[in-house]
Design a protein around this ligand. Sequence first.
Ligand code: 13P
Ligand code: SF4
Length: 311
Amino acid sequence: VDPTLDIVAEIKRLKKEKNAVILAHYYQDGEIQDIADFVGDSLDLSRKAAATDADVIVFCGVRFMAEVAKILSPGKTVVLPDLAAGCSLEDSCPPDEFEKFTKAHPDHMVLSYINCSAKVKALSDIIVTSSNAEHILNSLPEDQKIIFAPDRHLGGFLSRKLGRDMLLWPGTCIVHEQFSEKELIKLKAKHPDAPVLAHPECPNQIVQHADHVGSTSSILKRALEDPAETMIIATEPGIIHQMEKAAPHKTFIGAPGADGNCSCNTCPFMALNTMEKLYTCLRDLGPEINLDEGTRVQAEIPLRKMLDLSP
Ligand code: 13P
Ligand code: SF4
């Protein structure tokens, strides 16, 4: 990319020219969030992708999110700045192995967290995100047997909270697993009045210290509503950008990893998307998300169920 190019101006120009909408997740760099038409959590972004009348969806997030956009809006061109932007939760659930597992438990309903491949979605009955999982689980009969995949921490959190036994697939998010309980306790001792807001992808040893547990959008909402001046945020630090914009007088401290600071908790997959790649992706309308139509159609069923059942 020509270093003299005004990338922000070019992205804005190309967006109009191509009738494109830029959707960004809260874990993206601040400058990407700032140029996006809409920033949100996984559920918000799925709804936007399903409802847009733009011709092109530029998805600034990870690949499974862009795939959701394509599954719900198959007639649109969906592009992702870097096709290598994967997710450790998706990687921890290979479709072939998952299929064997579901076939071994035919009396179980399959609930899958949206952080999985299109093929795993196609093997699922209902998709959930961290903002609707509780509501959707509560709408199912108490004696319904459930497989929950792929995040064992979110699954464990829901099991404990709702008193519901589920068969958990052993996947994890490498970002939320980095938080150190020992360092968090030290930080809390330094800021005894600071509430801890955590994402349910965190292991239980972190979640048990939290005053609020929820999706990125619910963490953001709580951070702005809570009267505390200082807060500890146990999720990917990209979200702090929106908090600082909306409440510049408050202090948001990223929960620490084992080294005592929060820099190791940046999602390496989300970080692959840059302003330069966003520009070239709009200019070239690629890399593009294309799915096998059979998989797309099968994956759309549990995703639509999720949208129908969401509060
Ligand atoms: P939400 O934004 O839906 O809370 O998801 C968090 C996440 O890890 C996305 O990869
Ligand atoms: Fe996947 Fe974790 Fe990154 Fe979210 S933060 S995209 S769950 S690796």
